[in-house]
Ligand binder design. Structure first.
Ligand SMILES: Cc1cc2nc3c(=O)[nH]c(=O)nc-3n(C[C@H](O)[C@H](O)[C@H](O)COP(=O)(O)O)c2cc1C
Length: 191
């Protein structure tokens, strides 16, 4: 049984809702999900860093703010340089998820920041492995289908300007669960 740390920051609750869905996916695959919420850039990151070190895999989650990870997530990444010196995250499985208000919104860049961080640590990056939703995007928003936006690097979702219990839609939530499921299964295989 694999332990998956889900480390995320969320300013307004949408990334938090997705973190819960990812945890549900991890559990669906028989894994143990450890959710670690980052509160702010000035916090002490020791416990969060330790949670990743102890876990078999990590899934990073951040809203896309101005085309990149949020400031608390960036601060956490910088704090992880302590671990980089020891090689403590080397060969650990890593993945990522994000949410933005628009369909494009430069959200791939947010995932790219997570990916580069993982590569700096010598981690093994895994995408969701979910094919693009087969929809006619001119006529069908595909909100009940996973991967409606079409992302291979990680889970990319979209939330309207409404409360996190109504947006992102069900398809995006299932996409998040599928990532949790996949990472838990892959981590168990690697163990
Ligand atoms: C400062 C700021 C910058 C944002 N920049 C982007 C952006 O570059 N692309 C995008 O698609 N959405 C952008 N958004 C929208 C948020 O990503 C969206 O509201 C998301 O649901 C917030 O997630 P959270 O509730 O976990 O904080 C931005 C929001 C804020 C507050």
């Amino acid at each position: 049984m694999a332990t998956v740390a889900i480390v995320y920051h969320s300013g307004y609750g949408h990334t938090a809702a997705l973190a819960d869905e990812i945890a549900a996916g991890v559990k669906r695959a028989g894994g143990i999900a450890e959710i670690v919420k980052l509160e702010g850039a000035e916090q002490d990151f020791t416990a969060a860093l330790e949670a990743v070190t102890k876990a078999d895999a990590v899934i990073f989650g951040s809203p896309t703010y101005m085309g990149d990870v949020s400031v608390p997530m960036r601060a956490f990444f910088v704090a992880s340089s302590k671990i980089w010196f020891t090689g403590g995250w080397k060969d650990k499985l890593a993945a990522g998820f994000t949410v933005g208000a628009t369909f494009g919104g430069n959200k791939d860049h947010t995932l790219g920041s997570m990916w580069v961080l993982a590569m700096q640590h010598g981690m093994i990056w895994a995408g969701p492995g979910v094919p693009n939703a087969q929809i006619n995007r001119n006529t069908d928003a595909g909100t009940n289908l996973p991967n409606r936006i079409g992302s291979a690097l990680g889970v990319v979702t979209q939330a309207d300007n409404a409360a996190p219990d109504v947006t992102p839609p069900e398809g995006d939530r299932e996409f998040a669960r599928l990532l949790g499921e996949r990472i838990a299964k892959l981590a168990a295989k690697l163990k």
